[in-house]
Design a protein around this ligand. Structure first.
Ligand SMILES: NC(=O)C1=CN([C@@H]2O[C@H](COP(=O)(O)OP(=O)(O)OC[C@H]3O[C@@H](n4cnc5c(N)ncnc54)[C@H](OP(=O)(O)O)[C@@H]3O)[C@@H](O)[C@H]2O)C=CC1
Ligand SMILES: CC(=O)N[C@@H](CCC(=O)OP(=O)(O)O)C(=O)O
Length: 348
């Protein structure tokens, strides 16, 4: 059995990780870290795990991971800025780390500090980290010691753009992305904008031209084509619990036809367990991926404007966070990538 510990186990991403790992036949959870619920039964905090998990929360000293010897892999699901010390200690002890925060996603320390407003104090570890977008960086992930699990919006945007950018199919300065996220994307810590009475029956755009996922998305797209890519990205908060739907508008620079695009996506993703390419008029919907590790993708060409329109859907807490983290762990360990991740969504 692979022994794991989870820092930030009582946040929404940590709780999804705990749930998925509880159902993973080759994993034993050794440690569930929490400050607010120290000593409390985990299933009292997350009652969906009643009788499924018999563990208590414990507060880890993030400066002294004395229990690190007990585990093989450390998962960090802490707010950004807080996992750096723990990642330093764990990696110096030779442990593999999968960090769900943004702390190891942006390779340039200065860019991270500018967009996140906190200091980066693990520069050496940042240099060693691997961006854990499974379907794109699988070979690097296998050998990586520190895996930066991608952000939720970036996952929903990078996966559908990768095949077309590789194919040089569009202008790199004219990519327009409109994403809609459920409220769990904001985590469980109360804040004004996620109060029921303010987000229910309400839809709003936020962080216009300034969302902190922009540098992460632009860096990854630029790496894919080895040229600078600039995006226009607008996120929206919508009144549902989970899910991200992204709509991406692209110039069709090579005048591709639908069948060419279908072929490009098939070449890249036909054998990918967690990417579903929808055809024949079927379109991604958040409900069809909720509770699953799928990224559903459909691509259309608007014959009037000539633009390519891509729609993608993921569950922000699974493919956009905990599920992708488990997939990364499976890759690192040489397991079947679907282990612990074979759930289908409920319908209706
Ligand atoms: N929600 C989402 O859809 C996604 C989240 N992520 C990333 O995952 C990480 C966790 O996010 P999420 O679960 O949503 O956030 P939450 O706010 O739900 O949970 C974070 C948890 O970390 C603990 N925590 C909070 N503040 C501190 C602190 N100062 N020191 C130590 N621990 C603290 C808290 O648990 P306790 O008080 O019990 O210690 C808290 O519940 C973030 O970095 C986020 O960016 C990534 C992709 C998607
Ligand atoms: C709806 C909502 O508020 N979403 C969050 C993004 C999700 C998140 O936690 O960010 P990471 O994916 O970088 O970890 C936001 O816009 O800040």
């Amino acid at each position: 059995m692979v022994k794991v510990g989870i820092l930030g186990a009582t946040g929404y991403a940590g709780a999804e990780l705990t749930r998925l790992l509880t159902g993973h036949s080759a994993v034993q959870i050794k440690f569930l870290d929490s400050r607010s619920y120290n000593g409390k039964k985990y299933s009292s905090v997350y009652p969906n795990l009643y009788n499924e998990i018999d563990m208590h929360c414990n507060t880890a000293d993030l400066n002294n991971l004395s229990w690190i010897d007990e585990i093989d892999i450390l998962f960090c699901a802490l707010p950004h800025g807080l996992s750096q010390k723990a990642v330093k200690i764990a990696s110096s002890e030779g442990k593999r780390v999968i960090d769900l925060s943004a702390d190891f996603r942006i390779s340039n320390k200065g860019v991270y500090e500018q967009w996140y407003g906190v200091k980066h104090e693990a520069e050496e570890e940042l240099k060693k980290s691997v961006y854990g977008l499974c379907e794109v960086h699988r070979e690097d992930i296998k050998m990586g010691q520190i895996i930066a699990n991608p952000g939720c919006y970036p996952t929903s945007i990078l996966l559908p753009l990768y095949p077309l950018l590789k194919e040089d199919a569009t202008s790199l300065q004219n990519i327009i992305i409109d994403s809609k996220s459920g409220v769990s994307g904001a985590g469980r810590n109360p804040s004004d904008s996620i109060l029921f009475s303010q987000c229910n029956e309400n839809v709003k755009a936020y962080s216009i031209a300034s969302h902190r996922h922009i540098p992460e998305i632009e860096e990854q797209l630029s790496l894919m084509v080895e040229k600078e890519v600039i995006i226009q990205f607008t996120p929206h908060l919508i009144p549902m619990t989970r899910g991200i739907l992204s709509t991406i508008y692209l110039e069709n620079s090579k005048d591709l036809k639908s069948k060419d695009i279908e072929e490009i996506f098939n070449i890249n993703y036909k054998n990918e367990r967690f990417i579903r390419l929808l055809t024949e008029g079927d379109l991604p919907q958040t409900k069809a991926v909720t509770g699953t590790n799928y990224c559903d993708i459909a691509v259309k060409i608007d014959d009037r404007t000539g633009r390519i329109i891509i729609i993608s859907a993921i569950d922000n807490l699974i493919k956009g966070a905990a599920g992708q983290a488990v997939q990364n762990m499976n890759i690192i360990l040489g397991f079947d990538e679907g282990m612990g991740l074979n759930q289908m969504s409920q319908w209706p």
